[in-house]
Structures are given as C-alpha cells and as structure tokens.
Ligand binder design. Structure first.
Ligand SMILES: Cc1cc2nc3c(=O)[nH]c(=O)nc-3n(C[C@H](O)[C@H](O)[C@H](O)COP(=O)(O)OP(=O)(O)OC[C@H]3O[C@@H](n4cnc5c(N)ncnc54)[C@H](O)[C@@H]3O)c2cc1C
Ligand code: SF4
Length: 339
C-alpha cells in the first residue's frame, strides 16, 4: 500500500449543501464510509483532490421500515440496516444482505449509497499503482487493453460485487437520485448499465456501469410490501469473516397453495452489474417441481457471465450462483414463518 495522496474533505450538513458542493467541485468524489473509495485512492486507482462526505447529512440517514413500505437514506450504514427491527421483520433479504457485507468495522462505516455505487472489481484493477504500471495498466484506467480478457474489443468485464443491490432488486425497489437538475426516481435495476457485450451493443460495461450523471447522487431507496412475498439472501465468499461475494444471490417468491405465484432472483459478484434474472415469471403458475429447478438453472447459465477475476474460474462462479439460487428457492418454498 502506498501513502494516501493529499485531498480536501468537505462536510456538508444538508442535501442542498451537498448539491452545492458538487456544483462547485465537479471533479470531487462523494465519500460515504470510504471503505471502498479510500482503498482505491490508496492504491492509486483514483486521486480526487476533493471528497464530499455524506454521512453528516441527517436527512440521508433515515431508515423507515414497516408493513407498508421500506425507505432508506443513502447514508444509512450497513450495520444500521442489518439490525433495524422493521427491516429484519418485513424485508429479511435486505437485513441478511447488509449483515453479510465485509466485516463488522466496514459495516459500521459502509453506507447504502456507497454500496449501490460500489466500483467494479477485477484481479488486475484492484492492485497497487506500481504493480499496474509495471503491467501496462488496462482499459479501466489509462491502458489500451483488458488484461483479463485481451480479446474483449474495448470492453471491460470488471465485476459488480455489492450485496445490497440484488437484495433490493428482488423487492422491486426504486432509487431516488438528486442532481443540479432536480430529483428523479428510477427502478433500481435501471441504475445499472454494465451489459458488457463483445459486439459493442451494450449500454455500458465494467468501466461505465452506472446510469448516474456526473454530478448526481443517490438520495435513497424505496420499496412497498408485496403481501405474502418471502425473501432471503445468501452468498459464498472465500473468508466468511470479511469478503466480497464469489457469488451472492437474493430470492423473493410468493406461494399460493401449491403453486409458485411469483419468483424474482437477482445475482451479484458475477457480471459488471447486479443481474435481475429475466424470465423467472415463465417458471411460475404451477408447483415447485423439476421443471422449475431446471428452468432456473438454464436462466442462470444464459444470463450469468462470470470472468476469472478473483480466486475462482468464471464457470465455477456461475455454477455457484445457480446452486445458491436453487437452495434459496427450495428453502423459501417450504418456509413457515421467518427465515
Ligand atoms: C476487505 C473488504 C471487504 C469488503 N467486502 C464487501 C462485501 O462483502 N460486500 C460488499 O457489498 N462490499 C464489500 N466491500 C466494499 C465496501 O466496504 C462496501 O460495499 C460498503 O458498503 C461501501 O460503502 P461506503 O459508504 O464505504 O462507500 P465509499 O467507499 O464511501 O464509496 C464507494 C463509491 O460510491 C460512491 N458514493 C458514495 N455515496 C454515494 C451516493 N450517495 N451517491 C452516489 N455515489 C456515492 C463513492 O463516490 C464511491 O465511488 C468490502 C471492502 C473491503 C475493503
Ligand atoms: S476487466 Fe476491466 S478492470 Fe479488469 S483488466 Fe479488464 S479492462 Fe481492466
């Protein structure tokens, strides 16, 4: 690790002050808990001269969760989300995902906004400046090729690895953004544009993976309760005490008698964006039988495109995602009360 370069930290107390600071310093970076950004700065991946911290903005720290809906501000921490009684009771998938982020110290600092906007990762990019310089950098910084997939034709396959995004996606969550032009609300799935298609037809990739305008920020997320929806999150990581997911899976389903009425599955740690599996509704309408299990496996195989970017080969991570999804679906199907 290199020493930290110098930067100035601005500490606004209101959202209006954050927006004003962003306009005054267009190249500044937002600082949530800094558990990812500061590591990247120390590694020389980026060197912003101004950081605008968001954790002192009281209006961004709220958590409201009850039987009617979920409303979380961008600066709520993972620890606060994981132990909020309303989140634990009504939105277990979110509480479980928050509780699985990194280790306890990271969860005390890491925020919802930082988690949703987490930088994508890969085995080459997340190295020191001198190591990357010695190996000629890559597309995501100043280099000309992808060192993980040299035939990628200009596409970066760095992986999105945050745990809260898939958990919120299966609840059909909306994300609220604010910028100089005002506020706007998007389905959370639309925040992510990292399609990473070889033929260049994608909207983005591991380098450009968020639909945020340069001076916009995440203000918070909102979801409503779907009566009878059961949800859970699970992930596999190399070190259980503190680690990004090798693959992380969120599932929400609704059972009506012996029929699967609704199924949503979202996966992180594999593609340049969190993937809400398309086509799961086609598996609904009957009992949870072999047809559903095989169909789910096929959807994962088709839509999950994991690269060898961490400790495991890509095909292992894709298979792992399929196994986690199947286990969660079976568990939730038989759930009586609580997870
Ligand atoms: C050893 C280690 C293990 C980790 N394990 C995990 C893990 O298991 N799962 C996981 O999900 N993460 C993991 N992380 C990453 C990180 O700790 C968490 O994702 C955390 O929630 C990030 O939040 P933060 O507030 O610290 O983000 P920051 O580091 O403050 O910010 C991250 C990015 O988000 C941007 N940002 C921050 N707030 C906003 C906002 N409101 N609007 C728009 N952009 C914003 C920042 O500018 C920056 O680009 C790990 C990190 C480390 C160092
Ligand atoms: S996947 Fe992206 S970040 Fe990793 S080496 Fe390739 S271009 Fe760089």
């Amino acid at each position: 690790m290199e020493p930290l370069p110098e930067f100035e930290v601005l500490s606004p107390r209101t959202l209006a002050e954050v927006l004003a600071a962003r306009q005054a310093h267009p190249h500044a970076r937002l600082l949530g808990g800094g558990t990812d950004l500061v590591v990247n700065i120390r590694r020389g991946i980026e060197a912003p001269s101004v950081l605008i911290e968001t954790m002192r903005v009281a209006e961004l720290r709220t958590i409201k969760a009850d039987a009617n809906g979920l409303d979380i501000g961008a600066s709520a921490t993972a620890a606060e989300i994981s132990r909020h009684p309303g989140v634990v009771e009504h939105y277990p998938v979110v509480a479980q995902a928050a509780a699985s982020i990194a280790g306890p110290t990271h969860r005390n600092m890491g925020t919802l906004g930082g988690n949703l906007c987490l930088d994508t990762r890969c085995i080459f990019y997340n190295q020191s400046q001198w190591w990357r310089a010695a190996n000629n950098h890559c597309l995501k910084t100043t280099g000309e090729i992808c060192h993980v997939a040299p035939k990628s034709r200009g596409v970066c396959f760095a992986t999105f690895s945050a745990d809260l995004a898939p958990a919120l996606m299966v609840l059909d969550t909306k994300v609220e953004l604010a910028g100089p032009q005002g506020r706007r609300t998007l389905p959370l799935t639309d925040l992510y544009i990292g399609d990473a298609r070889h033929d260049g037809s994608g909207r983005g990739d591991g380098k450009r993976y968020l639909a945020l305008a340069p001076t916009e920020l995440v203000v918070g997320v909102r979801a409503t309760v779907v009566p009878g929806l059961r949800s859970a999150y699970d992930k596999v990581r190399i070190r259980r005490s503190i680690e990004y997911p090798v693959a992380g899976v969120a599932v929400a389903l609704r059972r009506e008698g012996n029929s699967l009425a609704e199924l949503r599955v979202a996966i992180t740690g594999t593609n340049p964006r969190p993937v809400l599996l398309a086509g799961t509704q086609g598996l609904c309408g009957g009992p949870l039988d072999q047809r559903v299990v095989a169909g789910l496996d096929a959807l994962v195989r088709d839509q999950i495109m994991a690269m060898k970017t961490t400790f495991t080969p890509g095909h292992y991570r894709r298979r792992l995602a399929g196994v986690l999804a199947r286990r969660l679906v079976l568990r939730l199907w038989d759930l009586k009360k609580g997870v």
